[in-house]
Design a protein around this ligand. Structure first.
Ligand code: HSE
Length: 436
């Protein structure tokens, strides 16, 4: 698309973000982009735009040769996929914010872009207004990205903020997130960590060149968090946040998951409140970098759609350099995590699943332990998905020197001092106690 060419837009969806981009485009005439048609499902609703713009027939957009850009902003992921496929096949550029649709169909969407020579841009799909994907594509277009740790779901962060700052109950906080337009049409996608894992799958492609179906990535949301977990965090000056993480391990393979995590005040994520998102990038030479901004809501999300539209004017497209480059990153489940697990009765969590247990507490009817566990063992454990079990990753969750520590422990035991590394050592602010 040339600089002087006008963007003639067919918009699918006129919900929170759809109406947002319509408003934003009216305020940015310099973009030379005009909405020609808006396709909606329910033609009987009142809309804040001229009636002549609306249609319920997708063909009015997809078969119109004058429309050169399709902006897809509907919540039904399968319907969105059908629209995006037809648009790309019709050689129309596409901008979408539908992370579920994109994450579930990465391979085919890559193929369609290549086959038809048209771009699909989706900056709004990950962290709303924060330019995460463009940064991963352009700035980190090398193999220097060691880690990605982010709060990528605004609704859950909003709910956690309201619950722990205002003592609001979970249900009211969720209702508020819905009424403010942050939550998905099906809010289970937010609170079960599915939205976050969809975003993580997209990050894995742009950050590491890995195509991973989201259902293959471990994701646990916030619905099983217990008040005792937050109370413990507060006692330690920490907070519980839902984080999406990808980490290049010392062996070169990549670990990835979405899990609640204790975050201390020394982390930039500690200050990320409400619907804001934040991403800490760990790079080989620059050390840490932090991206921050609104991750949900009408205008923040519309601003990322606007940025994609603007990029189309200079023919921008994702190069997927990491995927096509020589790096050949692979996902691994062969790593260790330090986790906190809380549960209701002693037998609920099998301690033998852990390499070692660093702390164990029993308070009222709630117990918790902190221990180091192999990720594969965690996935296979019979307790991980029990509804009364809550798991939170410790602040410095990755433990890379397990073999050396086990060897040290063994030699200490042989030397007759079996408890040296279990008693009185502070790990991440938790006092390690001798096992009972
Ligand atoms: N439901 C999503 C969130 C919307 O809360 O982050 C933005 O992707």
């Amino acid at each position: 698309m040339r600089q002087d060419k006008k963007l003639v837009i067919g918009l699918f969806g006129f919900g929170v973000v759809g109406e947002g981009i319509y408003e934003v485009l009216k305020k940015t005439p310099s973009l030379q982009a005009a909405v020609k048609k808006i396709c909606i499902r329910d033609g009987s609703k009142h809309r804040n735009a001229p009636a002549a713009l609306f249609t319920t027939d997708a063909g009015d957009i997809l078969n119109d040769p004058a429309i050169n850009v399709v902006v897809e902003l509907i919540s039904d992921a399968e319907a969105a996929y059908a629209i995006v496929c037809r648009a790309l096949q019709s050689r129309k550029a596409v901008v979408s914010a539908n992370k579920k649709m994109i994450a579930e169909h990465l391979q085919e969407l890559l193929r369609l872009q290549a086959a038809h020579g048209v771009p699909l841009l989706y900056e709004a799909a990950v962290c709303g207004s924060i330019p995460v994907l463009r940064n991963l594509e352009e700035y980190y277009d090398n193999d220097l990205l060691d880690g990605f740790c982010g709060i990528v779901n605004g609704s859950t962060n909003f709910i956690l903020s309201r619950m722990y700052e205002d003592r609001m109950d979970y249900r009211s906080a969720l209702l508020q997130a819905q009424s403010l337009g942050f939550a998905e049409a099906d809010p289970r996608l937010d609170v079960e960590g599915i939205d976050a894992v969809n975003k993580l799958a997209i990050v894995l492609l742009h950050g590491y060149g890995i195509i991973a179906p989201p259902e293959h990535l471990l994701h646990i949301g916030i619905s099983r968090l217990h008040a005792a977990d937050a109370a413990l965090a507060a006692e330690k000056g920490q907070q519980v946040k839902l984080t999406a993480q990808a980490r290049k391990l010392s062996g070169g393979a990549v670990a990835a998951f979405v899990l609640p995590q204790f975050v201390g005040s020394d982390s930039q994520l500690f200050q990320v409140r409400n619907e804001y998102n934040g991403v800490v990038l760990q790079t080989a030479f620059a050390d840490k970098q932090f991206l921050y901004g609104k991750g949900a809501g009408r205008f923040p999300t519309a601003s990322a759609v606007l940025s994609d539209l603007s990029a189309l004017r200079y023919d921008y497209r994702y190069e997927y350099r990491k995927l096509h480059g020589s790096e050949g990153n692979v996902l691994t489940q062969d790593f260790y995590l330090r986790v906190y697990v809380s549960f209701e009765w002693d037998s609920a969590v099998d301690r033998t699943d852990f390499e070692w247990v660093e702390a164990f507490h029993c308070q009222g009817d709630r117990q918790y332990l902190i221990g180091v566990i192999h990720f594969e063992r965690l996935l296979q454990s019979r307790w991980l998905h029990r509804k009364e079990v809550s798991l939170v990753v410790c602040p410095d969750g990755f433990v890379e020197d397990v073999a050396a520590r086990k060897l040290r422990r063994r030699s200490l035991e042989l030397a007759g001092s079996p408890y040296v590394d279990r008693v009185g050592v502070a790990i991440d602010g938790y006092v390690v106690e001798e096992e009972p």
